[in-house]
Design a protein around this ligand. Sequence first.
Ligand code: AMP
Length: 282
Amino acid sequence: MSLQIVRTVADLRAQVAAWKAAGERVGFVPTMGALHEGHLSLVRLARTRAQRVVASVFVNPTQFGPNEDFDAYPRDEARDAELLAGAGCDLLFAPTVAEMYPDGFATTVTVTGVSEPLDGQARPGHFAGVATVVSKLLNQSQAHVAVFGEKDYQQLQVIRRVVRDLDLPVEIVGGPTARAEDGLALSSRNAYLTDAERPIAGQLNQVMRHAIAELNAGARVDAVEAKAVAALEGAGFARIDYVEVRDAGDLSRLGPGPVDRPARILAAAVLGKTRLIDNMAV
Ligand code: AMP
């Protein structure tokens, strides 16, 4: 299995156009690299939907806040390329920041509604950065189908909104969250966790599973949310940005009583210098 690497939009478009001219469907998996089994599962999912799979690795500066981990974010292109080749990816698009944001760049895609609560509040500007770079990547790749992880559930809903609102001619597919044995969602940022923090990190998902069981037994949303926050504080998380049960589609507020429609529980919490997020269907 050989993996082609391109760094310019022109080279990416030329290869995708050639595949399309040959009648092949093209799938696309955007990432920030430091790849793990979660990313690779999305590549394999894309393969079931398309004959050719493109992945991108681009650590997008505009989706990081000023005090976030843009500089520290793990980068290892050679390892990423090897993993992508093994998962059946055909082409890696690894542009420079200058290729993505040329001099004079002045356009931002902002999404209201679904991007406002949760991480939209905790990370001001984050989803504008995501919506802008993903709009560009979808337009650059011209893929038939693009696969995103449910791990970043709010991001997935924001991207679905952008694609509908801007009539982007691409099908968006969500892939299930790949987890470690104790439930911790795989994440490139898990590399920041110390040995002492790692078992505590697993508590995030365990607390959420417990909350879901209570909700399914008819418990009130407000009570379950408060109990989950207390449990995470007790487990040793330094800061809990949110644990909230929301509408599974538009992420509007649910409760305070029992869950009465398709819902999602979403959480973000900080352990040491690592910010973890997770979500599950209720
Ligand atoms: P990132 O490189 O973290 O920006 O993620 C790139 C893509 O991989 C996004 O669509 C993420 O939602 C997805 N992803 C990240 N972690 C996981 C995981 N544990 N399981 C499934 N997809 C994931």
